[in-house]
Design a protein around this ligand. Structure first.
Ligand code: COD
Length: 302
């Protein structure tokens, strides 16, 4: 898919999913879930401060009768309740509202009601539509795992490939990013990137083509790759940017919006159900796109 419009269209064709929103008393969150309902993408259960939710709904011109609200004024408890609704099968997707990311993720990871699947790593996948680029770009993980080791990177890679498959990309090209395109033992992320490349070549990681280390320029620009003499199926044509740790991933995600005027979406996967997780500064459009992304990620893959 090249544009978020196509992601929204595809999500409309899927039987209605229910999204449990944690701490739903947020204007952009509410606008996004209302738009998702109107467009036939998802229904919502709003868990949060009922009075504040109703006041915002009135501003949006929506009647109380049109909303399903579970009152819980404490954001951490609201997050636990939203997660519980998904673990119990009453909803299929959980979404972060007005609550700090780490508190929300702690509810997702909660031992009793949380959404972990055994030892599987949960990770954040960002999808970015950048003006001037011809296709959507996937990036992971800029929001959940701080400094993943190699086994965690393998799972983060599998998670982002799952989302790329859900959007119809059969064999995504993955660039394992570093600051340089040569292996340098003083930069351990270059060694991990080379290991991931070899694991993919040997069939230990399937469903994608991985190459790394690659620097951002030679991952995205064929000209830059050519200048460096890099011969690779991925260089210059990457669909997925696998970043070595949260700081550069988070900056890339925010640069997509605030420097490149791009459109973004974000979802956490690897759990029993997809988790809509955008940053508080993200627009209602980004939140709607993220709901559509989660709805697609929730579908079983062939
Ligand atoms: N996948 C699966 N299980 C996990 C993961 C994961 N990614 N992270 C932790 N766990 C499990 C651990 O194995 C353990 O069993 C339990 O959860 C608790 O783990 P801790 O002790 O590391 O938990 P916390 O609460 O200290 O940290 C977990 C967070 C996800 C909250 C933490 O990693 C975090 O704050 N991440 C960054 C979030 C953030 O601020 N992002 C910025 C976005 S704008």
């Amino acid at each position: 898919m090249r544009r978020f419009e196509e992601v929204l269209e595809k999500a409309k064709g899927i039987p209605t999913c229910k999204v449990a929103v944690a701490a739903a008393e947020d204007e952009h969150v509410l606008e996004a879930v209302l738009a998702a309902k109107k467009q036939g993408i998802a229904e919502a259960v709003l868990v949060g401060d009922k009075e504040k939710i109703l006041a915002l709904a009135t501003q949006c011109g929506v009647a109380a009768d049109d909303l399903t609200i579970v009152h819980e004024a404490n954001p951490a408890k609201a997050a636990l309740e939203a997660v519980r609704l998904v673990s119990s099968g009453e909803a299929q997707v959980v979404m972060k509202g007005l609550i700090p990311t780490a508190d929300f993720l702690r509810a997702v990871l909660n031992k009793d009601v949380g959404l972990r699947q055994g030892k599987q790593v949960l990770s954040h996948v960002a999808v970015m539509e950048i003006p001037g680029r011809e296709k959507l770009l996937f990036m992971s993980d800029g929001a959940m795992n701080m400094r993943p080791d190699l086994p965690q990177k393998v799972q983060i890679l599998k998670n982002v490939v799952h989302v790329a498959h859900a959007l119809g990309l059969e064999k995504p090209r993955v660039a394992a990013l570093a600051a340089v395109e040569v292996v340098n033992p003083d930069m351990p992320e270059t060694v991990d990137a080379a290991a991931l490349t070899k694991m993919c070549e040997r069939g230990q990681i399937k469903g994608c083509i991985v190459d790394g280390p690659l620097a951002l320029d030679n991952a995205l620009s064929e000209e830059a790759a050519h200048h460096k003499g890099i011969v690779s199926e991925v260089a210059g044509r990457a669909d997925v940017l696998l970043v070595p740790e949260i700081i550069c991933g988070n900056m890339l995600y925010k640069a997509a919006t605030f420097l490149a005027q791009g459109a973004v979406a974000g979802v956490v996967v690897g759990a029993k159900a997809p988790i809509v997780m955008t940053s508080r500064a993200d627009s209602s459009a980004a939140k709607l796109q993220s709901i559509a992304l989660a709805v697609l990620a929730a579908q079983p893959q062939k």
